[in-house]
Each structure stands twice: as C-alpha cells, then as structure tokens.
Design a protein around this ligand. Sequence first.
Ligand SMILES: [Zn+2]
Ligand SMILES: [Zn+2]
Length: 146
Amino acid sequence: MSENLQCTDTLHSRGFRVTPQRMVILRILQEADTHLNPTEVYQRAQHAMPGLTEATVYRTLAFLTDQGMVLAAHIGSGQLVYEIAGHAHHHLICRACGYTLEIEHELLAELYRLFKVSTGYQIDSLHTTFFGLCPECQAPELNNVA
Ligand SMILES: [Zn+2]
Ligand SMILES: [Zn+2]
C-alpha cells in the first residue's frame, strides 16, 4: 500500500527503524475505518503478530503519535483512541448520550488564525475533542413527547 511505503520512508528519513510491530500497527490503523482504543489495536495485532505484548502496543502507539503518523484523541474518562493521521478533523462528543461527531478542521481554521493574531501562537492541535450536548439531548422534553 502506498501509504505504508510513505510511512516507511518517513521513519527511515528520521533515522528510526521500521520494525515489524510498527508496520503492523500502522496497517491496522490504516485498515480500520474508525478510531481504535489500545485494547482494540492489541486484539487486532495479535492476529497479525502472535506474541506481541500489550505493553509493546502501547509503546508503539505513543511512538507513532510522537512522530505525527498517528493521531490520539482524548474521549473523556481518561480514555485515548487512535487513528491514522491523514485528514484534519476534530471531535464533538455529547456528554449525555456519548454520541460522537467528526468535524472538518476547515470549520476551525478561522479560529486558529485568530489565536495566531491575538496570541502569536501557531496552534497545531489537529485532533481536538469538544464536549457538549447534542441537539437531541438539549431538548429532552421534546423527545418525551415524540
Ligand atoms: Zn446526546
Ligand atoms: Zn479523529
């Protein structure tokens, strides 16, 4: 897969070894259509690489996140989920029902520009989680009627 080759090049050019466990975990995240928590990554990795330990999965995810090849997101309650880096987006999570929505980074681009203008900070958070109430949970009385 070309994205995998790209990742290999990225690691090489930064002087890191392309270890089998790094490749396996990158492939799992590429093939997943969604965010995975470390346990889910570990479960899938075991099929591809029996003998891989959970600690190695955690370490590898942290390494790939540091390298910007994987995105981590806090989804509340201290939980982290991971996905392959690629499209810039953020998450909206409903505190009441847990419903999660992805929003394109475009929607926040203007806000980031304003941060830059007013604070001088160049914000590079590309996987931020916002908590709130989804439209349905904002109007519980309407739901009761329906
Ligand atoms: Zn909700
Ligand atoms: Zn995400």
